[in-house]
Write a protein that binds this ligand. Sequence first.
Ligand code: NAD
Length: 412
Amino acid sequence: MTLTTYNSQITLMKILCVLYDDPKGGMPKSYPLSNLPKLNKYPDGMTLPTPKGIDFNPGELLGCVSGELGLRKFLESKGHTLVVTSDKDAKGCKADKELVDADIVISQPFWPYYLTREKIETAKNLKMAITAGIGSDHVDLQAAMDKKIDVVEVTYCNSRSVAEHIVMMILSLVRDYHNQHAIVKAGGWNIADAVQRSYDVEGMHIGTVAAGRIGLDALRKMKPFDVHLHYFDRHKLPDSVEKELSLTFHESVESLVKVCDVVTINCPLHPETENLFDDKLISKMKKGAYIVNTARGKICNREAIAKALKSGQLSGYAGDVWFPQPAPNDHAWRSMPNHGMTPHTSGTSLSAQYRYAAGVREILECFFDKKPIRDPYLIVQNGQLAGMGAHSYSKGSATGGSEEAAKYKKNN
Ligand code: NAD
């Protein structure tokens, strides 16, 4: 559909936005903090999102259905149609029905709308898939390339949020916070029970698989704990950074896991990294090591992790990413011993939501105004991996098995 104004023709579009459910008790009437700290730039100098305007208050819940990423007023004022839903997995779900004539799909990794090849083939008008966050593995990138659908994400918007979460999880696993908190909640005070798995992080060897925005920030944030830092990445960091943080670079993931007490995983999910932490790699880790995975659940083999925690090969596993999402109620990671899992939350703090909602608005403004979208936001463009996609992903798809998400049943 087109709308003719005095001097231009605007193509009216349908935007499908798949977001997580509202809070069970309805949208908050107030928030703990009245405003967010002001950030000017990301550490490498990149600017935060710069849309022409926003129609929400930073610090509000934006990532759920009623939050609508703060987009409705902006889109409807231009005559576009916005459809927002959380119904995304079961056969005949609302998202699938609306996809068939959608021009743009927006989805968040926390509640990913898995755009498999099969679904993409039903979407005859689809031009762009926007990830409100970072990590576009929920889109079959190969199908997007084949169909010339662009894929973009809001690079950097929540990288530092995740790095904070990683530090929290390393400390809480090694010091065994979850067990100690549970003892207090249950009215107990047995100190021996509380400390029999509790260690200091100081002096440990901590390694990251990938030292991109999140991995490097996590290393920087861990440095003051007086630990030994290691990394493996397909791109070597500048010598100055290696020197500043006294980093040990490893040529392979095997070499890194052999020497580390704690391994944090920070690479995207793509065919090269899918199932990387399987029985074989875990058996090469230091006995009793810890894994913190906030990258993507599918990088770790579900059964191999649960088995290693039971046998003691791993002392702990924490993270916020699962496969698929939402995780089926009987997913082995919900009940395995010594885990510190959360739902997928690290990149969707209220602080991060402000940045990615503003970033999505910036992307849409560029798209409607036919202006270039920032290069670092690009994953797929014109049928090729582009921007960060070319730097951090490989061709192919990692969406296989995502239909299992339909098995999740809300139990309350
Ligand atoms: P980034 O692009 O800055 O860094 C990714 C790094 O991974 C790059 O340095 C790249 O070279 C490296 N890499 C890619 N493939 C590799 C391979 N096969 N072997 C070794 N290194 C490889 O991205 P980022 O901002 O650091 O985010 C990384 C990932 O973290 C995202 O793709 C996403 O999956 C995940 N993430 C999770 C959350 C969350 O809420 N849990 C939020 C943001 C991002």
